[in-house]
Design a protein around this ligand. Sequence first.
Ligand SMILES: *[C@@H]1O[C@H](CO)[C@@H](O)[C@H](O)[C@H]1NC(C)=O
Ligand SMILES: *[C@@H]1O[C@H](CO)[C@@H](O)[C@H](O)[C@H]1NC(C)=O
Ligand SMILES: *[C@@H]1O[C@H](CO)[C@@H](O)[C@H](O)[C@H]1NC(C)=O
Ligand SMILES: *[C@@H]1O[C@H](CO)[C@@H](O)[C@H](O)[C@H]1NC(C)=O
Ligand SMILES: *[C@@H]1O[C@H](CO)[C@@H](O)[C@H](O)[C@H]1NC(C)=O
Ligand SMILES: *[C@@H]1O[C@H](CO)[C@@H](O)[C@H](O)[C@H]1NC(C)=O
Ligand SMILES: *[C@@H]1O[C@H](CO)[C@@H](O)[C@H](O)[C@H]1NC(C)=O
Length: 481
Amino acid sequence: MFLKSCCIYSTGVFSMLFLIVGIALVLSNVFPQSVQTIVKKDVVLKNGSEAFEAWESPPAPIYMQFYFFNLTNPLEVLDGEKPAVVEVGPYTYREYRPMEQVNFQDNGTKVAAVNTKTYIFQQNMSRGPESDLIRTVNIPAITLMEMFKDHSVMANLISSYMKFEEEGLFTTRTVGELLWGYEDAVLKALRAVKPELDDVFGLFYKNNASNDGEYMFFTGQQNYKDFARVDTWNGESSLSWWTSDECNMINGTNGASFHPVVTKTEALYMFSSDLCRSIYALYEDDVTVKGISGYRFVPPSEVFANMTLNPANAGFCVPAGKCLGSGVLNVSVCKQGAPIIMSSPHFYQADEKLVKDIIGMKPKKEHHETAIDINPLTGIILQAAKRLQVNVYLEKIPAFSQTENVRTVIFPVMHLNESVVIDDTSAKKLQAVAMLQNVVENVPFMLIGLGIILGGVFMLLMCRLKVPEATADERQPLLSS
Ligand SMILES: *[C@@H]1O[C@H](CO)[C@@H](O)[C@H](O)[C@H]1NC(C)=O
Ligand SMILES: *[C@@H]1O[C@H](CO)[C@@H](O)[C@H](O)[C@H]1NC(C)=O
Ligand SMILES: *[C@@H]1O[C@H](CO)[C@@H](O)[C@H](O)[C@H]1NC(C)=O
Ligand SMILES: *[C@@H]1O[C@H](CO)[C@@H](O)[C@H](O)[C@H]1NC(C)=O
Ligand SMILES: *[C@@H]1O[C@H](CO)[C@@H](O)[C@H](O)[C@H]1NC(C)=O
Ligand SMILES: *[C@@H]1O[C@H](CO)[C@@H](O)[C@H](O)[C@H]1NC(C)=O
Ligand SMILES: *[C@@H]1O[C@H](CO)[C@@H](O)[C@H](O)[C@H]1NC(C)=O
């Protein structure tokens, strides 16, 4: 009898204990926090760590897709009409981008590296071969025209030589030439007077099997938020192209890695040497990629907004005070003086006027925005798409009869989509981590559940214990109490 009731009472005590401990754990948030603490310690760039290996040689396949705008009405454009373009593409390349010349410094708090990118054409994922012809603006010619527009002797010389070579404002070249480079006759001739000029022009000329300079990254050893954050690029901790210190800042990572324990309220900064600036992305939505939950981060329109809408962007107007409007960035200073203007594809989130100026622009959020889906606990990228458009500033230059009567437009040449989806092996690992996280985080709830069940058992046993002792008369007050 004594043993029996002892058993019953300990059931009751344990029930209470489980409930109290469970509720205390839920309220104190200890388990999720300890999971985060472990991950923060683990995700560090150090030789041998999983995070380092993924950073050094990204396991997921990266694809770079190029879409060109084929000009259909060149003669009319010379007469002052709106350009009409047809988008052709994609031309897809597999991109390999390992970190090389990796060198740990300052007791493992920093790591120097170069990011070598190699592009291999993927015929089976492309619309056509690299030999497809594209008619677009003659970028080397326009670069020279802009360079020498106020220099009448040189302008005359170049203009005559262009006529001799039968080169005009527009040119038809293959996809391979436009991307990886072709020898330009006018550039070549000009080397006689300007030997520092390169006679080859290509949008990605010298970008294959090469890198964009030396980076110094923080490893995240001291602070998890600094994981893979850029400290310096080519030895500099800020840029010099823009006209305010704020705009010249190199913020965040290189966009290929992010720190762990990402929250919905933070801004993820990243620096892109293609774009010649830093940008940031904000939480937009919850997503699921290959069964793993993530947050979608997207650059808000303020990042590319004009000065009126976002005064912080005043420094991106070059030369100082000359602003082109929302959604476009004059990167001439960081592209050897070529009149290149960057935007989102199809002028997504840019001034409506830019879209209307070109026949064939159809901006669409889902196809033209940059988006990063990130696993919040580990900071691992589940899926990402970086999207950019390369445009050329086209205007009538009186010194060059080749420009005839063209209207001033920002002429789209090509847009690109650099994308990645997590590979199956990494996805499986991440699923296992998510499961473990789930189990650990649910321990307090399991304790509460156990407490409730034991409580139920305790009540049941109490009733059964009392029943044989009680007479029919005594049972009444017991039940009502
Ligand atoms: C990492 O360790 C391996 C083996 O000890 C060594 O061969 C390699 O050079 C190290 N890498 C770096 C970047 O220090
Ligand atoms: C395309 O071809 C490559 C080999 O050249 C192959 O590895 C890849 O799986 C193919 N992709 C598709 C989508 O067929
Ligand atoms: C682009 O336009 C040119 C001129 O009309 C044409 O020859 C070429 O085939 C077009 N390119 C593509 C890929 O459709
Ligand atoms: C890039 O370089 C690699 C090796 O150096 C080569 O195999 C590949 O064909 C090149 N890609 C292009 C687009 O030229
Ligand atoms: C860099 O970050 C600082 C805040 O940390 C911000 O004020 C500045 O505008 C950012 N610059 C760019 C170019 O993103
Ligand atoms: C900036 O954009 C807004 C909205 O498109 C427009 O009303 C404003 O005039 C623009 N400001 C400048 C300086 O272009
Ligand atoms: C772009 O910037 C360059 C260099 O500062 C400048 O010479 C050029 O006039 C700018 N282009 C436009 C369209 O503002």
